[in-house]
Design a protein around this ligand. Structure first.
Ligand code: ADP
Ligand code: ZN
Ligand code: ZN
Length: 749
């Protein structure tokens, strides 16, 4: 007989409507449900998973509280006990407020996909997978002509003799190599049960010893370790200065003290190499968490974080910032300046750096921000003005100097009759590569978010008379185009000739990547090209496979978009070139200059990493642009100082705030109308709070994937709250087909 006293009544937060709602259930199956548990229940016949938000004993009133007098339904299953604790919830709620989203949406974004909602949780139990192991007795086979197979053998040896095939493939080995080794009798494969999807490292594990630190590295480590709990430090080190080694040694100290470590990297493409470096030190304590993992793996990792009695090192992308690691000793954000830390859509539009900073403030642990080119935001939060400490690494480990930068003035090319994409200087340099056994990377800026108007004869770009940004070309057909400023809504017609020099070589700038690639292939027909962009690097290890092919010498030139600049280490690359820096320089964005310089400096870091010295070649119509000047003189900090002065005087971010409301819908009319109605509702509260409201206006890219995009831009004083109505009322009255996202402190328009 059920003793009612011991049965709990629980409120379960379920996905219902935009922001979730709690419903009451009863733990009549005696699952021992408690606060913060993730449970499975039924709601109007559907099975849902939700979070227990309150929990109390069964009493007289409880009978009456069911739906329309029916007794309470039972909780069907306990999916995960203590999925969420109170401190974590508090942090998440504060972040939800900051992102102008509901706590429920924030929670849903934080938990592994599919955990909260309607999908049943994938069960991780009992999957059979291939285990690859070295044979105890193996024939002696010469692998000197099969470097990948030898590398695979080495990895297996390092991992104590065996690894999951899945992990090996994830690390970029081809299944062909595995098969070849198997047929040579060097390895064997068997199907094994993989319960917890742990990493493949099996004991005995021979940890790679830490490196002897340079003086600078030692100083950075000592400095960080002396900081009190909840501190933040910027590790500002040029490319190749050994930042990662600092992370690893700090991580080792935390693990030794029994605390977890979280290492974030902005791009999924950078995960494999960071994971490798961590695994060599910490073996099976290293776990991955990012969008390349399946939902099942993400749930398994989340559970492992909750349950682990051993401190872990988690390597992940921005969403890993949510993992429930307690106690968290060290949180590293590598390449802290990178935009990919900001989620732009869907909501919540959070920045992982803000979340990380708030997390260590509330829950303890210390935050280390690493970069060769820190963001202006972080730089302006440095001591003595702000809370962030600083440590610098000024020299490269290899003692190789940073490569020199050569600017190619494309206006001269045009004046001298060269109308091709590639300057003669770059052509000569590329033509000589193959004989010297060298390689090049060529960056073609991703199709700009917009098109600007520029003069190919003198380099003049048409700017907004009020703001420090280029005007954007609007309208699809050339006879009905006009110019518009995305910050202040200034508009003007398009002139036929350049106002500075009268040239008629005056037209919108920004061809699609695809077309540029095709023309490039035509112009460089003697060279072997490999394309590195979103389309060619899909899949779990797309990046890695492509880079392996390039590293193996399959091509002379790697041509790619922005992704190319990030963190790859290719010893034969001696040349890094940019085809049209203008596409990066003249984005209608207040951070365009900063982001462009960061990117170009990073790209420069790709050339000449091994013995051969490198060179950087930048083609542009604006050789006098401050970004180009500072790229050549390498004085990044000087750029930040100038940029700060400029932004302060103009009252721009971070000396002011902005908030972007993005609307999207199938019907251009409905979307525009919804924007107008929204603007009318917001005009009054904005004015009252001293904020400016601009728009609605078409987004810089006005149509994406069949949806029209409009936006409203709010500007206001620094540190003042964004004047939006609380809760979900902003979405009231929005047509069904039109979506609205709030992006506070947007990085891009
Ligand atoms: P960053 O992250 O600053 O670009 P890395 O950490 O990748 O630099 O270091 C560059 C190279 O120098 C790597 O190959 C790394 O293994 C090596 N390295 C780093 N620190 C040391 C050290 N103290 N002694 C020897 N080699 C080191
Ligand atoms: Zn001109
Ligand atoms: Zn303007």
């Amino acid at each position: 007989m059920l003793s009612e006293q011991s049965v709990s009544v629980v409120d379960v937060w379920l996905e219902a409507g935009r922001d979730g709602r709690t419903f009451r259930y009863c733990d009549s199956l005696r699952l021992g449900v408690g606060l913060g548990d993730l449970v499975s229940v039924r709601l109007r016949g559907r099975r849902l998973q939700g979070l227990v938000t309150s929990c109390r004993g069964f009493d007289e009133d409880s009978h009456a509280e069911g739906f329309s007098g029916h007794p309470l339904l039972p909780v069907d299953a306990l999916v995960q006990s203590a999925a969420v604790d109170a401190g974590w919830r508090e942090w998440l709620d504060a972040m939800a407020d900051r992102c102008h989203t509901s706590s429920f949406r924030m929670l849903k974004a934080a938990l592994p996909p599919g955990w909260l909602g309607q999908r049943p949780t994938p069960s991780a139990a009992g999957r059979r997978m291939w285990w690859v192991a070295l044979r105890d007795v193996a024939p002696s086979v010469d692998l000197s002509n099969a470097s990948r197979q030898q590398a695979l053998m080495d990895v297996l040896a390092q991992r104590g003799g065996g690894a999951w095939q899945r992990d090996l493939l994830a690390e970029g080995f081809q299944s062909g190599s595995v098969q070849a080794l198997e047929s040579k009798g060097l390895i064997q494969r068997e199907q094994r049960c993989c319960n917890d999807l742990e990493s493949s490292v099996s004991p005995p594990f021979h940890a790679e010893p830490p490196r002897a630190l340079t003086e600078e590295q030692q100083a950075a480590i000592t400095r960080f370790q002396r900081l009190p709990d909840s501190s933040e430090m910027l590790l500002w080190g040029i490319t190749g200065s050994g930042k990662t080694e600092v992370y690893l040694q700090l991580a080792a100290a935390e693990l030794g003290a029994g605390r977890h470590v979280l290492m974030l990297t902005p791009e999924i493409g950078l995960i494999p190499q960071l994971v490798d470096r961590c695994r060599k030190r910490f073996g099976a304590q290293v776990v991955e968490y990012h969008s390349g993992c399946t939902d099942r793996e993400r749930v398994a990792t989340w559970r492992r974080c909750l349950a682990s009695d051993q401190p872990l090192v988690v390597v992940g992308t921005r969403s890993a910032v949510f993992l429930p690691l307690r106690p968290l000793g060290l949180l590293v954000l590598d390449e802290e300046h990178d935009n990919s830390y900001k989620q732009e859509s869907p909501m919540p539009c959070y920045h992982a750096r803000d979340l990380a900073s708030e997390r260590v403030r509330l829950q303890g642990g210390r935050l280390l921000l690493g970069s060769a080119t820190p963001s202006l935001e972080t730089w302006s939060r440095l001591q003595p003005e702000g809370p962030v400490m600083l440590s610098k690494l000024r020299s490269r480990i290899s003692r190789q100097p940073l490569p020199p930068v050569r600017i190619i003035d494309m206006r001269h090319e045009l004046a001298e009759g060269n109308k091709r994409l590639i300057s003669r200087a770059l052509m000569d340099r590329l033509a000589g590569l193959r004989d010297k056994g060298e390689q090049a990377v060529v960056l073609v800026p991703r199709r700009g978010y917009s098109t600007f108007l520029s003069c190919r004869s003198c380099g003049e770009v048409v700017m907004c008379p009020h703001c420090d940004v280029p005007l954007t070309v609007h309208g699809s057909r050339s006879h009905q185009q006009w110019l518009r400023c995305h910050w202040c809504d200034h508009r003007e017609p398009i002139a036929a000739s350049c106002s500075a020099c009268g040239s008629l070589a005056f037209k919108p700038f920004g061809a699609g990547t695809q077309r540029v690639m095709e023309r490039l292939a035509a112009e460089l027909s003697d060279l072997r090209l490999l394309r590195f962009d979103r389309d060619t690097t899909g899949g779990r290890d797309g990046h890695r496979r492509l880079l392996d092919r390039f590293a193996d010498g399959e091509a002379d030139v790697l041509v790619g978009t922005q992704m190319l600049a990030k963190g790859m280490d290719l010893p034969h690359v001696t040349l890094a070139a940019v085809l049209a820096a203008d596409g990066l320089l003249h984005r209608p964005d207040l951070r365009a200059g900063e982001q462009c310089l960061q990117l170009l400096l990073q790209l420069a870091g790709r050339a000449g990493r091994a013995e051969k010295p490198g060179e950087v070649l930048v083609q542009t119509y604006s050789p006098d642009h401050p970004v180009i000047r500072h790229l050549v003189d390498g004085r990044y900090e000087r750029f930040l100082e100038e940029e700060t002065t400029l932004r302060r005087e103009a009252g721009l971010v971070p000396f002011a705030r902005a908030c972007l409301l993005r609307l999207a819908g199938r019907s251009a009319n409905d979307t525009a109308t919804a924007g107008t109605l929204l603007a009318e509702r917001l005009r009054e509260p904005c004015a009252a709070a001293g904020w400016q409201l601009l728009g609605p206006a078409p987004a810089p890219v006005a149509r994406v994937a069949g949806r029209s995009r409009w936006q409203l831009l709010l500007h206001g004083p620094k540190n003042s709250p964004i004047p939006l109505p609380p809760g979900a009322s902003l979405w009231d009255g929005l047509p069904r087909d039109v979506s609205l996202a709030v992006d506070p402190d947007p990085l891009q328009l």
